[in-house]
Write a protein that binds this ligand. Sequence first.
Ligand code: MN3
Length: 318
Amino acid sequence: MIQRIDRLQAELPPPSTVDAKGAKIVQELMGGRFGEMSTLMNYTFQSFNFRNRQKARPFYDLIANIAAEEYGHIELVATAINTMLTDASGESLDDVFDESMFNPAHFIAGGRGALPQDSRGNPWTGDYVFSSGDLIEDLTHNFFLETGARNNKLKVYQMVDHPAAKALTGYLLVRGGVHQVAYARAVEKITGADLTKMFPTPRIPTAKIPECQPHIAKDLHRTLYRFSPSDYQEIVAVFNGPHPETGEDLIVSDSMPEGAPPFDLPAQTDVFAPDYAPEEIAEIAQKLRVAAGLPDEPLGVVANDTESLMGKVKDKLT
Ligand code: MN3
């Protein structure tokens, strides 16, 4: 089972200008063949289907644990797309539609929201999942999947200028690198075949990408987080030794990333999100909260709400 934390794995910038064309391009990192839905579902199904797991525990733990991190990655991609589709400066829909190459489904099927699609608007498909039951094949596939994913992230980084897309790809390039190393190391531990000799594959100069630097400074390029309070402890048996590019020791962190609260994106009434009259829903929600004996202010935490109870507490502490 999965426990959910209402925070993003990394900080993303607040909404600024609408970039509908960029949002369409970033969809590739959501629902493309090498997108985060593919990494999430590949590792999820491989972990569900894993047989003889007690005898192969370090490898089961590795795949199951990375699957959990990938859930947070689809959340980050969605948040970046939603930020790029958010009107923070009064930009009218006409201005948005003057752009070529936007995805109409972002406005028609979605309320200016991310969709499980690629950059062409094609839906993500389960055909992208490879779960053969052969551990060595699956691990080799996963190495290649992370390789393709980083390749696509770098292309999106180069194509899209919106700050949310830059922050997103800067973070995911670093994390994808960790998963690539993890799967290479797993193949090496079983077969002796050293995929890391193929590094750098692809050639991604993360040291020269400004948006990667804050994460590299925090060692995120060589740290595998354990996404469970008590389980998946055997990942340390695989994720160890020197990083193939930098030579630094690999690290397993026993805690999840601290992460950051998301920005509460404003209602977009032109697309009925959350409704044509969001104040009505707010009024109903407030009555329900009072009836349930909840405090006057929301209990959830967002990045831009200093009025909430938790926001005030946080303000006092910082
Ligand atoms: Mn990922």
